[in-house]
Every structure is written in C-alpha cells, then in structure tokens.
Write a protein that binds this ligand. Sequence first.
Ligand code: 3HC
Length: 335
Amino acid sequence: MAAAKLQPVPTAGNEAPAPERSAEDIAGQAYFDRIIAEDSRIEPKDWMPAAYRKTLVRQISQHAHSEIIGMQPEANWITRAPSLKRKAILMAKVQDEAGHGLYLYSAAETLGTPRDVLNQQLLDGKAKYSSIFNYPARSWADMGAIGWLVDGAAIANQVPLCRASYGPYGRAMVRICKEESFHQRQGFEILLELSHGTPEQKQMAQDAVDRFYAPALMMFGPPDDDSPNSKQSMAWNIKRFSNDELRQRFVGMIVEQAKVLGLTLPDPELRFDEETGQWIHMELDWQEFKDVIAGRGPCNAQRMARRREAHEDGTWVREAARAYAEKQLKKVGAA
Ligand code: 3HC
C-alpha cells in the first residue's frame, strides 16, 4: 500500500521546515515508541528509526570485529601452551570467539548491512574494534589475565546486553555470555595455578595482571561525560548501564577474586567507599585509550596486517563456497 504524504509541519522564523513524514513512518514511530516504553523487543521486520538501525549496526559490527581480532593474541599462544590439555582448551576458546563473531555478523545482517560490507570496513581500517586487542600477549600468564580480566570485563559489559531491545542482538548475547563465563573461569584457573606455583610463576602471573588491569578497565569505553552514544543508546534500551557504572561494578567483582588468587590489583587508589558501598578505582590514562582506538596502540598495525593476510588466505574458501552454492542453485532450477 502506498503511504499517504502528510503536509510538512509549519515552523516559526527562519527554521527549515521539518521533513515530510509518511503516515507509515508516523505509525511506525508510534509502534516503536510503545515497544521501547514497554521494554519489549524490536524485531528485524519492524519499523525502526534510521538512527536506531545505524547505532545497532555500529555497535554490533564493532563487537563482531572485536571477537575476530580478539582471536589473535590467544591464537599466537596455542603452539606454546604448556600441555596438551591447555592447548585443547585454548584452541576451543579461540574457536568460540570465531563463533561469537559469526553470530554477531548475522545479527547485524538482519539490519540490512551485509557481512561483506562490514568486513570490508574493518579491512579498510574504517571500523573500530575493542582497544584491548591492541596490547601484546607476552607470556603464558597473559592467557590467564586475558581470560580473567578481559573476558571478565566482557561478561560484565555483555550480560546487560542480553536484554537489548533489538531481538537478534539480545538473543545472540545470551549464548555468547554463557561461553564467555567458561573463558573467564579458565583464565582464573590458569592464574590460580601459577600463583600457587614457583615464585617465578607467581611473579609471571602478577606481571600479567599488572599489564592487563588498566586496559581491561578501558574496555568499558570512555567516561560517561565523554561518551557521545550512551545517553541515546540507554534511552533505546540497547545499553542498560553507563560505561562508568559497568566499570565500577567490574572492579567490585575482581577485588574479591584477586584475594583468592593471592595477586594484587595494580591500583594505588583502590579503596572501598563506605558511603556508596562501591570500590573506587584510579583515574585511567584516557590519552592512551584515545591513541589506541586511533590506531596508535602497541599492536594495531600487526593485528590489522594479520587480519588482511587471513582474509587473502581465505579467498579460495570463499570462491569454492560460491561455486558450490551456484551448483546447488542450478540443481534446484533443473529439478
Ligand atoms: N575500544 C574501541 N573503541 C571504543 C571502546 C573500546 N574499548 N569503547 C568505546 N569505543 C568507541 C565507541 O565505539 C565509540 O566510537 P564510534 O562512535 O566511532 O562508534 C566511541 O568510542 C565513543 O564511545 P561511546 O561510549 O559513546 O560508545 P558506545 O555507546 O558504543 O559504548 C561500548 C562503547 C561500551 C564498547 C559499547 O559499544 C558496547 O557495549 N559494545 C558491545 C560490547 C563490545 O563491543 N565488546 C567488545 C569487547 S571484546 C569481546 O567481547 C571479545 C571477548 O572475547 C573478550
């Protein structure tokens, strides 16, 4: 049915007239507003504001890219894992991250942007991915610190996203969070074993925690007063908590866990505030954060070079899959 055009709304003074909106858009907006007010779910075929769609594609694709780039620091350690069991566990974890990337690209595709386009944005250096994956993994203990702190931060950030207002995103997050919980525990267990090992092993664990603590806290994004997207994303029930709220909550979680590990969090300002009942952490180096997301982190160039190389190496797989799909289509056509 062709949508009826409504008259532009008259405006006072020199303001430009508001753009014409079709009756379909007006009804769609009313439906969307009601669903958000009811804290219910928007599904792919529902009407949604263009800005809501754009925000989701941005956030979901950045998240997907993070999962894919995030495979690198750990994949580099598979051959050096200290036992067959550790190797098998690490390999499974890296494969899980690939799976998370795929669920998320699929969720983004339901919003109308094909995976090829999103992937090309990453390869062209036009898309962001999480700052954390631009730090090097120098020792075996880093596999523990990544699991405990990085996957731990990811869980703290992502559990609320299971209730994101966009259905396919929220549903993908449920499975991702379950798998991230295993990842976090395997990291904790690596550190626990090292911290109860030789003095050298304990020192290696402490060194890894010292290097990953601040970058893990930066994963939650810039401080609230410097986060341009948070307010609108929270109004749309995509994000449920602000960046600072989640960072704070995460610090509260790891303080007790660090005691069990027998390791120290490298935070001279860490203290419990009786009044708010929260742990207060140190100020983070936000200039470092900006540099890393602008491409000037310790490993940005290496991560992107490796990703481009892997994409090139996979050309024959994509070609073979395309040829197979064409053959299948012809068969269906002939039947
Ligand atoms: N690294 C890189 N970029 C970051 C960032 C980080 N840690 N934190 C924020 N940014 C970027 C934002 O993407 C945004 O850039 P853009 O406007 O150009 O897109 C800008 O900095 C401003 O930040 P905002 O706070 O306004 O942005 P958001 O409202 O999108 O909040 C977020 C940022 C909290 C990361 C949010 O996007 C989010 O919750 N995303 C989903 C979770 C996610 O992407 N996690 C990646 C972690 S890695 C992972 O999960 C892998 C696992 O295996 C460990």
